[in-house]
Write a protein that binds this ligand. Structure first.
Ligand code: FAD
Length: 497
């Protein structure tokens, strides 16, 4: 007999609620723990998981397998083509191994909750205990309410409530105990074969070329040890000036741990606790502004999960603001391709999109600029952009991506009215003042001097000559026209006078 921990988006041994409880249960019963991970290629297809993210998960599994092996815990990996059959496969494993307790951590999106619901029923039928845990958020969804008992739809008051909750319940930040080593003999007993389970390769549609694999491996080292390394480096070297520098893409000043939060190689709880511990106050408030600011960003991740749990229809391609369903979008495959490939004639947008295509990551400020540009300047349905991001980002995460797109297209959970339309030229001048980021990613403009790099054709002269000579496109849409068209279309769509 043994206890199973079913790994999903929690590819780590440390600070893992479900795994920790699985281990405590196994200890009590004097049995061992078996880790299980199930790859479902069709689930990856259905959820548009990017090849970079699939690869990151597979690389993280290598690390997880080794970390578990230090504790004599095997990692069994199963490939189940169709995601519908995942529950059946897990129940079959439990039965085959004589397991009576299965632990996991909850995922809150609709498909995932349905899978968990199915598992509860199927396990119950077989007399197996199934124990999904809240682990993904620092504060469990459903814990915070407005004065009138509702879910917050605005971040600032929600964040104040989040802070008070964490102060009142310090245990939410407490590190979950490391799993114990499996009993002596487990490794050589009847589960011996499970220790040699190979890590599968990605299906063809998610496969990377060798060059891409090398590039992403270099940029995004996988696994929980790499996550802790990256976080520690950020906390000692950068967090102090985070608030002052976080909006400037060329400064490379943010934590760059979203990829780990998304794969669960790092818990958000671990990030917040470790940031708190480097604060002079040893608290979430007071002390250093950078630390406070960073913690509030990690809290955004919780916020969007809370929103998703309360308004699950956002998982079904619906905007949070339901009245924005009727906006008439433009249909232009040409403009969409210009946006995806970084050929819009707006250098900051193009640099950002090319950085995404090359690194599978985009800086937060640039995500806002490019998303706003797609929805408001090009008036293309924000869902096209949301899907493009999720299918290219290595940190693709449904709740944060959907939240970010909702925010940027004004269809989401954000009190700002739709008439906030980012001016990409001004954003560019403000957040990439020297044009460093643009020149790095748009080589056609490398030789454009000074501020003209932000808008070479309007600057004219040398800038326009260089841009034209190098084949850099003119803006595909004029800013003033785009802004007015957007305001009119949104207004008509939501039926306001
Ligand atoms: P840091 O600035 O160091 O922030 C620390 C952590 O806080 C991040 O690792 C992340 O987990 C969390 N975080 C920071 N900002 C946000 C935010 N606005 N919303 C939610 N969590 C946040 N983030 C994703 O993880 N996956 C996505 O698919 C994703 N899509 C986005 C799409 C759009 C249109 C926008 C505007 C934002 C999106 N974000 C997404 C949020 C944010 O851009 C990234 O989390 C951030 O850029 C990651 O870089 P970092 O780790 O250096 O962040």
């Amino acid at each position: 007999e043994a206890v199973i921990h079913y790994f999903k988006r929690d590819l780590r041994v440390r600070d893992n609620t479900g795994l920790s409880l699985a281990s405590a249960t196994a200890q009590k019963k004097g049995v061992g723990v078996i880790g299980v991970w199930i790859m479902s290629p069709r689930d990856w297809e259905a959820h548009l998981v990017s090849p970079a993210k699939c690869d990151f998960e597979l690389r993280s599994l290598e690390v997880l397998k080794k970390e578990l092996a230090h504790l004599d815990i095997p990692l069994h990996i199963e490939v189940v083509e169709n995601r519908k059959n995942v529950p059946k496969a897990l129940v079959a494993l439990a039965e085959k191994w004589g397991v009576k307790d299965v632990f996991c951590n909850l995922e809150y999106e609709i498909d995932e909750l349905r899978r968990e619901e199915k598992l509860v029923k199927m396990m119950l039928d077989k007399g197996i205990g199934f124990y999904p845990q809240h682990d993904d958020c620092v504060v469990k969804p459903g814990s915070l309410h407005t004065g009138s008992g509702k879910q917050y739809a605005v971040y600032s008051p929600w964040f104040r409530a989040w802070l008070s909750y964490v102060h009142a319940h310090p245990e939410v930040l407490q590190e979950r105990p490391m799993p114990e080593r499996n009993p002596a003999g487990f490794r050589d007993g009847k589960f011996k074969g499970l220790f040699d389970c190979p890590i599968p390769t990605a299906s063809e549609s998610k496969a990377l070329t060798t060059e891409e694999k090398d590039r992403f491996t270099h940029l995004w080292p996988a696994g929980e040890l790499a996550a802790l390394d990256r976080l520690s480096h950020f906390l000692t070297e950068k967090i102090g000036v985070y608030v002052a520098t976080r909006n400037f893409p060329s400064k490379n000043s943010t934590g760059r741990v979203s990829v780990h939060h998304a794969a669960g190689t790092l818990a958000a709880r671990t990030s917040v606790r470790m940031a708190r511990d480097v604060n002079s106050t040893k608290k979430l408030d007071g002390g250093n502004e950078g630390i406070r600011g960073w913690i509030s960003e990690v809290a955004w991740r919780d916020f969007y999960r809370h929103v998703l749990v309360n308004w699950p229809y956002i998982c079904m391609n619906k905007p949070f603001k339901y009245e924005y369903t009727n906006i008439t979008w433009e249909y232009s495959p040409t403009n969409f391709t210009a946006w995806t490939t970084g050929h819009t004639g707006y250098p900051i947008v193009d640099a950002a999109m090319r950085s995404l295509n090359s690194t599978a990551y985009m800086h937060n400020r640039l995500r806002m600029i490019t998303a706003s540009f797609l929805a408001k300047h090009l008036l293309l349905d924000w869902r096209l952009g949301e899907q493009y991001f999720i299918s290219h980002l290595i940190d693709g995460d449904f709740a944060s991506n959907s939240g970010g797109w909702g925010f940027s297209s004004s269809t989401g959970v954000d009190p700002q009215p739709y008439f906030r339309v980012f001016n990409p030229w001004l954003q560019s001048e403000k957040f990439d003042a020297e044009g460093e980021f643009i020149r790095k990613w748009v080589p056609e403009l490398e030789d454009v001097e000074g501020a003209a790099v932000h808008n070479p054709y309007q600057a004219g002269g040398q800038a326009a000559l260089v841009a034209r000579r190098n084949g850099y496109p003119e803006p595909i849409v004029e800013h003033k026209f785009a802004r007015e068209r957007c305001l009119a279309r949104y207004k008509a769509g939501i039926g306001r006078d």
